[in-house]
Design a protein around this ligand. Sequence first.
Ligand code: PEP
Ligand code: MG
Length: 544
Amino acid sequence: MLKLNGKGVYGAVATGKISVFKRQEAQVRRIHVEDTAAELFRVDAAKKKASEQLSAIYEKALKEVGETNAQIFEIHMMMIEDEDYNESIQSIIENQSVNAEYAVAVTSDNFAEMFSSMDDAYMQARAADVKDISNRIIACMAENGGSDNGSDDKVIICADDLAPSETVSLDKEKVLAFVTAHGSSNSHTAILARNMNIPAIIGVGDELLEKIKDGDMAAVDGYTGEVFIDPDEKTLAEITAKQKSDLEKKELLKSLKGKENITLDGTKVNIFANIGSVDNIGAVLVNDAGGIGLFRSEFLYLENSDYPTEEQQFQAYKKVLESMAGKKVIIRTLDIGADKQVDYFSLDKEENPALGFRAIRICLTRPDIFKTQLRALFRASAFGNLGIMFPMITSVSELEKILAICDEVKAELKESNIEYSEKTEIGIMIETPAAAIISDRLAPMVDFFSVGTNDLTQYTLACDRQNPKLEEFCDTHHEAILRLIEMSAKNAHANGAWIGICGELAADTTLTETFLRMGIDELSVSPSYVLKLRDTVRNINLSK
Ligand code: PEP
Ligand code: MG
């Protein structure tokens, strides 16, 4: 047995076989081949398989999101047959005597670069499409493509690190646990693991991938951060005992379903859930959350190979609102950039992406994208109890611009006789020190604040949330952060606004009493933390 140590970011345990995450690009190597005809045959076979896959996806999309949105897959099918694209692959294989994967990858890069350099925004967006179809063809050529272990067994995914887009694209039904060599606990990948309710360990170090291989048996303890490779019987028995105790605790917490979030002295608080996808709603309902405090809408963009259309977004938001049947649903507008990169946005590489062009800064610079999302949101507002929230706010003037665009969108909808709810609440995230410090100015302009402690911590303490080396300096309980939250709560209430917390700190039960004493009205956490938090709240006495 070999024991490795990392940092547990979701407390749960699992045992099973390891599947080493294979990144698509890493599989493409330039290999000299003698039999170029065989390579051409492999390309043809892979193209056929890719077209079949796309045709199935097209049919599914047609039923689920309508013809306009499904068209992109038709375009992909056409691109696979494009003469220039195919001639390029063929000539690279024949002239350079190289393997098919390499020829497809080079063609993909060349075509993507050509599309990106065009003036027309539509053509620029095709760069992502050509990469997408090329990756699909390469995956079809691989015996064991992507992270899919090729069987129906659930596996423990081990990776150097996972980007948010990679995490969302994993088949969640097949993942028992995540273990990564790098990464930090406030990264979006860690957040996604928590949302998926599975044990997750990060920062094991380079030895993780040096010492394991596909198919190794492992036991993962997300409480202690320990990973046991080829565990002995004693360890397996301990992990199984923890698994049993987890199940018992879950059963106990179930008895809290339907109960109020009320302290011993009668103070009530809303406990809502954070989600990143329409698929998470089941977990929200099962865990009896009072609403959705944060729907990270950017995952709709991350899951797509092109800008999601207004209709596509409208359907997704409407589904969430209808499923929540009148309970509050707060949808945050696009927060792309920094660690959440989407190819088709073609964002420039930046020296300091966390301090760069992200979130509302992109939306205010690209009003076409922003207005499409706002139209979808306001249209969906007619189907439930919606709150719209804006990320990364730093100034009054930004908020003035946002509110003016909201008014414009509402006026356009009214003009076209499209229904929306006038009761839609408007809120902002308090996730920069600037927003907290001027919260007295911002509060009169909105209905609510939601504190994003993940970013508020990184910006207040100057600690990149992606950098695992900074974990020890990144004290989430730092007095400066607590003071900024308290200041924001006072200013919200003094101006008739309510305030919630939707960053990971909301789930830290050692701070729940502190937050309630500050007057925080709502705590929004991963669905699986809702009942545990309810239990904590019900044992707090604020009158003491
Ligand atoms: C936050 O910053 O605390 C937050 C909730 O937003 P995200 O983690 O998506 O940046
Ligand atoms: Mg944030």
